[in-house]
Structures are given as structure tokens and as C-alpha cells.
Design a protein around this ligand. Structure first.
Ligand code: ZN
Length: 137
């Protein structure tokens, strides 16, 4: 059975490429083949110019925290063992924002503007959010 026959929660045809690349250890995001704008969430057309030419290109994998919260309920089953856990909006270097889990970061050090980098070491079938940690020097 392929991964497409048993999709994990929240994986759909529009974002399947994102998760496929995460399993391979790269962060790929949709980028317009015409106006070259990065965009997220993914969709069938570019929200800037409505082009249907979408390329999935490798992103730099780092950005800054733009908003964050600490979650005390198990909204995401994959993180049940880690309650409470931190969820944040990350403004990526490419200019798009993704929702992510923040790991390796005590809640008291989490702040808006914190530089973070993507982590791929625990990407599993049940993972529903990409993981980021404080950026290492
Ligand atoms: Zn475009």
C-alpha cells in the first residue's frame, strides 16, 4: 500500500508534495511558475496571478516566529505525549507563513521574532505539522 492510499490526517492532494519532501528531508513549497511568488497554503492556482503553473521548489528552511501559543489539549494526536506543546506561525525566509510545532524550545524562551529552522528528524506518518526549533548558530 502506498502512502497515497493511506493518507495521514491533513494530507490532501494540494499539500501531499510538501509532506513527501519532508519525509525526504527537504522543505519544498509551491512557487508560481509564472510570477515566481512563493505561496502557502498550497492550492491549484497561484493566488497572486492565478497561474496554474505550480513548481515545488526547495525552501531555505528557516524563518522567524510571528505568533505562537502553548497548547494544553491534544489537538494533534501525534504530539499527545508532549502536552503542553508549542504551536507557532513561522514567517519563512521566502515570505510565506506556515503553522508549525516548535520543539527543543522551553516555553519561557519562545518569543515573536525568534529565529527558527526546520527539523526533519521525527517526520512520521501521523505527523500533522512540520517541526521547527530555535536556529542554531
Ligand atoms: Zn503567480
Amino acid at each position: 500500500m502506498s502512502e497515497y492510499e493511506k493518507p495521514a490526517p491533513r494530507i490532501n492532494p494540494d499539500n501531499a508534495r510538501f509532506w513527501e519532501s519532508a519525509h525526504e528531508g527537504t522543505l519544498r513549497l509551491p512557487r508560481c511558475g509564472d510570477c515566481r511568488a512563493w505561496h502557502w497554503p498550497p492550492g491549484p492556482v497561484c493566488p497572486d496571478c492565478f497561474s496554474g503553473r505550480i513548481d515545488w521548489e526547495e525552501a531555505q528552511g528557516h524563518g522567524t516566529v510571528s505568533t505562537w501559543t502553548v497548547v494544553h489539549k491534544d489537538w494533534f494526536p501525534a504530539f499527545r505525549a508532549e502536552i503542553p506543546y508549542a504551536v507557532a506561525q513561522i514567517e519563512l525566509a521566502e515570505g510565506v507563513r506556515v503553522t508549525a510545532s516548535i520543539v527543543e524550545c522551553p516555553a519561557e524562551t519562545l518569543r515573536v521574532g525568534l529565529p527558527v529552522e526546520v527539523v526533519f528528524d521525527r517526520v512520521t506518518e501521523s505527523l500533522t505539522l512540520p517541526r521547527f526549533r530555535p536556529r542554531r548558530p
